[in-house]
Design a protein. Sequence first.
Lengths: 449, 449, 449, 449
Amino acid sequence: MTYANQLLPREKVFRDPVHNYIYVRHQVILDLINTPEFQRLRRIKQLGTSSFTFHGAEHSRFTHSLGVYEIARRICNNFQRNFPSEVAGDGKWDDSERLVALCAALLHDIGHGAYSHTFEHIFNTDHEKITQQIITNPGTEVNAVLSRVSPNFPEQVASVIDKSYPNKQVVQMISSQCDADRMDYLLRDSYSTGTSYGNFDLTRILRIMRPYSDGICFDMNGMHTIEDYIIGRMQMYVQVYFHPVSRSMEVILNHLLLRAKDLYHDGKLEPELTPYLLLPFFDDQFSLDDYLELDDGVLNTYFIHWKHSDDDILSDLAHRFIDRKPFKSAKYEQENLETITRLRGLVADCGYDPKYYTGVDNSFNMPYDSYDTKKEIHDAQIKLMNLDGTLVGLSKVSDLVRVVTNKIVSEDRFFFPREFLKSDKQTDLFLPVHEQFRKYIKNDHIINE
Amino acid sequence: MTYANQLLPREKVFRDPVHNYIYVRHQVILDLINTPEFQRLRRIKQLGTSSFTFHGAEHSRFTHSLGVYEIARRICNNFQRNFPSEVAGDGKWDDSERLVALCAALLHDIGHGAYSHTFEHIFNTDHEKITQQIITNPGTEVNAVLSRVSPNFPEQVASVIDKSYPNKQVVQMISSQCDADRMDYLLRDSYSTGTSYGNFDLTRILRIMRPYSDGICFDMNGMHTIEDYIIGRMQMYVQVYFHPVSRSMEVILNHLLLRAKDLYHDGKLEPELTPYLLLPFFDDQFSLDDYLELDDGVLNTYFIHWKHSDDDILSDLAHRFIDRKPFKSAKYEQENLETITRLRGLVADCGYDPKYYTGVDNSFNMPYDSYDTKKEIHDAQIKLMNLDGTLVGLSKVSDLVRVVTNKIVSEDRFFFPREFLKSDKQTDLFLPVHEQFRKYIKNDHIINE
Amino acid sequence: MTYANQLLPREKVFRDPVHNYIYVRHQVILDLINTPEFQRLRRIKQLGTSSFTFHGAEHSRFTHSLGVYEIARRICNNFQRNFPSEVAGDGKWDDSERLVALCAALLHDIGHGAYSHTFEHIFNTDHEKITQQIITNPGTEVNAVLSRVSPNFPEQVASVIDKSYPNKQVVQMISSQCDADRMDYLLRDSYSTGTSYGNFDLTRILRIMRPYSDGICFDMNGMHTIEDYIIGRMQMYVQVYFHPVSRSMEVILNHLLLRAKDLYHDGKLEPELTPYLLLPFFDDQFSLDDYLELDDGVLNTYFIHWKHSDDDILSDLAHRFIDRKPFKSAKYEQENLETITRLRGLVADCGYDPKYYTGVDNSFNMPYDSYDTKKEIHDAQIKLMNLDGTLVGLSKVSDLVRVVTNKIVSEDRFFFPREFLKSDKQTDLFLPVHEQFRKYIKNDHIINE
Amino acid sequence: MTYANQLLPREKVFRDPVHNYIYVRHQVILDLINTPEFQRLRRIKQLGTSSFTFHGAEHSRFTHSLGVYEIARRICNNFQRNFPSEVAGDGKWDDSERLVALCAALLHDIGHGAYSHTFEHIFNTDHEKITQQIITNPGTEVNAVLSRVSPNFPEQVASVIDKSYPNKQVVQMISSQCDADRMDYLLRDSYSTGTSYGNFDLTRILRIMRPYSDGICFDMNGMHTIEDYIIGRMQMYVQVYFHPVSRSMEVILNHLLLRAKDLYHDGKLEPELTPYLLLPFFDDQFSLDDYLELDDGVLNTYFIHWKHSDDDILSDLAHRFIDRKPFKSAKYEQENLETITRLRGLVADCGYDPKYYTGVDNSFNMPYDSYDTKKEIHDAQIKLMNLDGTLVGLSKVSDLVRVVTNKIVSEDRFFFPREFLKSDKQTDLFLPVHEQFRKYIKNDHIINE
């Protein structure tokens, strides 16, 4: 029996709040879960700063990764039960693809780091590249496990994740408009936040999903279920992922890391506050091992130290992030950019450095890159299969989906300290400036004069 | 309008997966939530090492504390609606007690630290005393908020938590056999782990709960609902809280901190691995501020550093904890203690220091002190009220509860490295010792020769 | 204390799977629930023939009516807590309207009969008129209870239901685009069928709902929650309520009652099969008492008898309905009407009378009239309130809702016996006719030649 | 391909609120579901009079029967995946037993009639015998379907249900202390009533269940999960199934049918009120076909007619049942029997015939026979398997279960008209008698003088 085929004497399960149980039968999968690189995901929150808004959103990327694996496993089971390939190239499911699919599902996010998006923005890291490295770099335990399957197996798994793998069914199972990744995070984020928006009909989607020669499609009679999933996803974006308070905390985090980096490069960061594990990133010379040492707790530990800095801006921003003191914000359109310049001026008038105390945030630096709203429009459509086997694109038959696909779901916001919006008249020393500021905001929108 | 009576212009809500919404109307409550001491609870897991077994158990003490507040709020509402006091001393609910009850509910766990039980065991801290300090010490923001209500309000809130407050209804709402604390953690831990054992009928319990002159009792016709809650609690203990793998990780954590402390006192801990925030605890001279700097992430950050120690034991234990390599274990009874001595010897024979590589764990150092099985037996009984107003103790009328109260729910376990239980015959260098070891274990029990 | 103000000594509850508990404090409400007219709703299924498709959909109109009451009660509580009227005419909530609102909510469906829509179609009954009669007719117990409140109270309750009541907040609470009725049936039908489509965020909708001078509106920041509810409702229509198999059973029911009526008027219905309780309806001379004797079980009892009729069509249709032998169907557009005529001819060629063995069904005789897609378009819009108090229509701000409102959610279908679509080639005597029939159907659509 | 092996081209599903989907792959199963005998179960409520107390409990025996099938199917899948027989007689699962197991699971309740227990009590029917007849009698469609599998297949299926089938794994899957039947009804009744008591951990029970040479046992490490299920079952009995109001309606039903039968035999039942479909039962000469014509709706239809009887007792009892006017009740012990005689006398003093207006109800005529508390004590124990393969009885290792098994869960109650417990002093003509009556009742118990 080869390592690839080695099954556990009895299937092992992980109790999961979303899928009830996650079933593991392959020794390979169990070994991957037990690597330090995968266990590290326990220390990285799936939703970053969202738990500052939805306090229940404390789940980790570890939990989500197990869930993606489990959905992929169920898809394989369903394909094998209902659409087993009989002749090579018949467009049905070839179950010898199962292991590569399951490994890719489990590992698709393994390169994520603490507060990924902000971190990447400031330190020029790229979690997708790091995912590829963790899988293919001979120094990792993940690579060691995969290599035991076969010498080129790590490359195969990596190619599924970067979408270059030849079998499109496997690729689309892990990354497409309706894949195991998205399905798990919608359900899990809904469960953790206690909202119902992402709670679509998983079992039915699995049932109407089917392999075909060029990937994965769905039965036409399940069109409305897919539609419901797409709308649910959009709802999660507008109601949860893009919540202004979470984005505000993201802005503060960005400014905090930026300030620390600036101070470091100016030689002004106190020695006792040196973030040793971050230095390779400050110096723009980091190794994979450096990257794998980081997690949410490590970063927060530095922030806790920085609350004691003599630099007022650093200590204040650290306090705002650790103790949750978000900025306020208002929506704006491109035509208000001049007003924003004026508002920054007013912020400066009150003694704040606008570089660190204001910010704009839009869809180009959205915190959740797995949903690239821009790309999605041009992405391969979800395909529906008629009773006679012909295929049709989802947006052809669904008016609702057409609306969603023609639109970027996002809103641009300008962030600033709280007192500019609300202050106590009796005690506010800068009341005239604040009142001037407020004239430019109406119904949560920045307006021109 | 006094600060105590100051209501928000419109009630504020926190979306919660267990209670749907948590409602806040008092400015005092909102201000308490926004203190750094309370926000710190976001960075401390409610169930410590349990998430190593139940991966979903990633929720924090912050989340739980909000939940306890919400249940207390609902109890107050229900008491006020159905049993409002008309004359002082009539044994009904006096709604002027509401604010002190809500504050105590919110703050009852505020003194908890990272991995509380193990930490306390090694560093002689006491989270209950620290809770009292955070509330009554003039240096904290919590104290500042409470003092605005009235100068002696902090002491009042603290006295509810230490059970010396005169109104027993308020005290029992927060700490008794069936209180807001226990009710929230059972529901929340069930929800997060994805198990159903703790999922009792909260709404009905709230409905049958009633104030009386000496505290809180329950309608007799709800007896079976209370019974169900008690059994559910016991199930959570045996199935979740006392899970051998979580306890194993707790043992490793204990040994890891112990080793670091030993090395430090022997001057053998490498300078670059110095855990600065822990030093006051290593030196047994810590302030409240020192304590409030710690959280799960800070400790884990040190452990990540310690993986690189030259001390083999420290680096190995740090690796076991961070990368989840639990010990195995077996149950034992008092009559097997001699066998355990022998097993420790066998562990030493394979080159392991038994001080750091074996352990026993029993109900006296259980990780979840809020359920003191010993005390519970002698605790004030849950009281049931007959239709004619007479009271009777729960264990008088429930056979099931009688069984539970006559029994300590716990099991003693002996922990040791994995290979002593399972190893590969071909490659195991110590096979003869391991096989000798295994002779003493049968059906998960240590047996005598 | 007047009867209107008479509260139960302690609130009474009804355990409910959707709302957990339904709370009753008014003696009036409890007395209404205990009337025979209201208890009769236990014997009428909420979703008629839907349980032939979704077997869980067995819940009654009784259950739903309690649920509508409960949602209305929560709306009143919320309005009273957050928006209490201070001066008459200030556009806020006047809690003296509570009782009339609760009674109207409870009784809004009391005129529904067994298999309402089909029954009304054949016997010219009108459940809305009957609702008015049950409330205002001095012969009913419902009227007796309401009259105890005040002589004109029955008329007031009735006027809320027919929308002529002056207070628009009360009217819209019971019937509008987002009312207690619709909210309960979506949640309840989702729960019973085991589908998730109608499972919107009730608590949040209640939270963003607010009274204003001309009715009920919603906070602008809750726009996406309303949107989610609207889309969820549409999904329930297309996925559950309009399911072809349920509609097929509705067609059979229609034809069965029609055949019985035809036979009766031709004097050909066997005396021992006489449906005594239906005769007033066959004769088009029924009283309110006649109507109140009917329920699902009474009609089914006659159908069970009719299975023994010597009239082949009557007995066959009765068998089809009682033993669930649905027709098959296909969609058609107006341009296919000629084809349908041809298909009817082919059905006749096989010996079936097309009057009883084929049928068309479209949105004009949809089984669930509470959602009049036609009317909805012109209906008063859902209003959203900006932070500055200005109002805007939902479809102005929601692209998704605009799509839904510009479209009638329905599909026209043609129904026919199963064998015309599927039969066993070996044994099918009419195979050539069936094969000719099948040429006109492609991908579940009727096509022209 | 034989009929037994004939699989549907693609699995068919039934949407289910408890199990999400019910999967059907065998043509035989689909054909059985489509028989009139099985469809008839749609018209019979699973919980009889319980919906008078828990209004959500409106689900039918059809729904439950599908659920039992589904659980049995999952057990088979699990057995086949983890414990497939390799050699005949090795005590593992032989998958050629699957079809007989699934058919027995589906059909185990097919002989149930309307309001089974009361009906059987009065008319000497026996739903277990009728189940056997429906399966083995050549006149039924169920028999026709089963006979197509093989001539002796009907007998095999019937023998599984009457427990004489040789393979004990199959028998215990359908009827034992922890079988598919009980597991489904606990979950389903919990779901419908909206209570949580019966909501045990199905997935884990399926996981720890295993075949052995003499039937089905469970892994020792799952002991507490079984314990939780047993306690949950007991809770459903005391909190839901034995609810005094449901039992009161059962008493009224009993007296109503008894009165009608008495009148009929005395020739005093008005001709126009003749219950034709019941006559064979009144005359004690019924055929299987007669039995299969009855359902809840048919009986209720007669009751609706009987409300118009000139016989005051018949019309009053019919009104009480149809319009839900339950009797009140109190618990009694054997030592109070004399008091009960006295209370009956007082009831008679107020003009009521105690034969029809009082009743006692105890565990010997409990409405839910599938749980025979008496028998259970002596029943084959649930067996747990140690790691070394040895077996031990559940009550040996579970203190909680030992308590339950040593006790009959039931309470004897005496029923009587409402006004004897509560009446309006001003208007009560029989106040002195009522007050005398009330002296014998204290805290819901009948007491001796």
